[in-house]
Design a protein around this ligand. Structure first.
Ligand code: FEO
Length: 385
């Protein structure tokens, strides 16, 4: 007699439909892999490892949540063949040899195309054998074990069991490297996946994670690892810090270096982009106590002493004017709104372009100004209204 099992009490349908999808995914990956391409080959190995990790998790869930409970019931009141059916269900270890085969595959990355092709043939055979074994196994569970479950458990118990199985399956899928590993770059994948006992990348301790990240270039750490999760972000930041000893210097020392050896051009064009810490240090008011933006327009960034008036021809005069317009506009729109409160001494000596309106804007943005040099400019008392 055929037993009809409704889907809501069937503990196998949900995980098995996922497994069938993953199997299709494996087949299509295999079909699209060019074994002469290292990237393709490596992608395949990583994909297979991730997928089979999920299969292993499925078996674990079944053993823990279904078979164990069923076995207990059967022990009390069942004919011998039922117990045997259950006991033999997961007796064969289908996954360890396959996982070992996938790991062996990484050795072929450095070998020639012919070797990789022959490995591919071996892999294909192993996969076919697995499919031929696992598909009937799933059918056996759905058609042989599920009716048994229906016989020994009530509908409510089965519904609860199904819910637990679905919950665990989803959790394992979330924890699984499948979701996380693809966010990170190639070398890291190999290291992580070669770390055979670790099934969930989230469980890697900090020191191991840092050790792995040490193999990655800065670009990959910044683009990938920093964004995975909080733990990864902490480790990645530590690794980046260790690589750059200057970032370990105290702020006071960095500030002193900035003041002694760098000019506003270096600070604005380079240092401000290095890190948040440097951006913060550059805001220190002692750096901006005295400025001479007119010198900047003439390419003199290192000294605040007003330049002697140099007679210039008409062509040079025009280029100086253009340059000055550009720098003064940057000064008014960016530098002063951010740093104006730190400025105590302002030198505008010899400016060719500055007028009363601009001067008023500048003075407004420098509330703590104490000394002002406006010699050799066209400014009138209107600037100070
Ligand atoms: Fe559902 Fe035993 O695989």
């Amino acid at each position: 007699m055929v037993t009809i099992v409704f889907d809501e009490v069937n503990v196998f349908t949900f995980p098995h439909s996922r497994i069938k999808k993953l199997m299709n995914c494996c087949t299509s990956k295999f079909g699209h892999t060019d074994f002469t391409s290292l990237n393709d080959f490596e992608e395949l190995l990583i994909g297979l490892q991730c997928i089979f990790t999920e299969f292993m998790a499925h078996e674990e869930i079944e053993n823990h949540l279904v078979m164990k409970k069923l076995r207990k019931k059967l022990k009390q009141n069942s004919p011998m063949d039922d117990t045997e059916l259950i006991c033999n269900c997961h007796k064969v270890d289908r996954f360890t040899p396959l996982m070992a085969l996938f790991r062996d595959g990484y050795a072929f990355i450095r070998r020639g195309n012919a070797d990789r092709m022959s490995y591919g043939v071996r892999l294909h055979k192993a996969m076919i054998t697995f499919y031929n074994d696992f598909v009937p196994h799933m059918n056996e569970e759905e058609n042989g074990i599920q009716p048994l479950l229906s016989k020994y458990f009530t509908d409510i118990e089965l519904k609860m069991m199904r819910t637990q199985v679905i919950k665990m399956t989803l959790k394992k899928r979330e924890d699984s490297t499948v979701n996380i590993v693809y966010r990170i770059e190639r070398p890291l994948k190999i290291h992580v996946l070669s770390y055979e006992r670790i099934l969930s990348i989230d469980s890697l301790p900090h020191n191991i994670l840092q050790f792995i990240m040490n193999y990655l270039p800065d670009r990959q750490i910044k683009q990938s690892c920093l964004r995975v999760n909080k733990q990864w972000n902490q480790c990645a930041s530590k690794v980046l810090k260790q690589r750059s000893p200057i970032s370990q210097l105290p702020d006071e020392i960095v500030l002193r270096i900035f003041k002694l050896y760098l000019n506003p051009y270096d600070l604005f064009n380079s240092c401000i982009r290095v890190s948040k810490q440097w951006k913060y240090i550059i805001k220190d008011k002692t750096i901006w106590k005295t400025i001479n933006p007119i010198n900047w327009t003439r390419g003199q960034w290192n000294s605040n002493l007003p330049l002697e008036e140099i007679p210039v021809d008409q062509y040079k005069n025009r280029s100086l004017t253009m340059n000055e317009n550009r720098i003064i506009s940057g000064l008014v729109n960016y530098l002063l709104p951010n740093y104006g409160h730190s400025i105590e001494n302002l030198i505008l000596y010899g400016s060719l372009t500055i007028n009363d309106n601009i001067a008023r804007k500048i003075f407004d943005l420098c509330p703590n100004l104490k000394h002002l040099n406006i010699g050799m400019t066209k400014l009138t008392p209107k600037s100070f209204i």
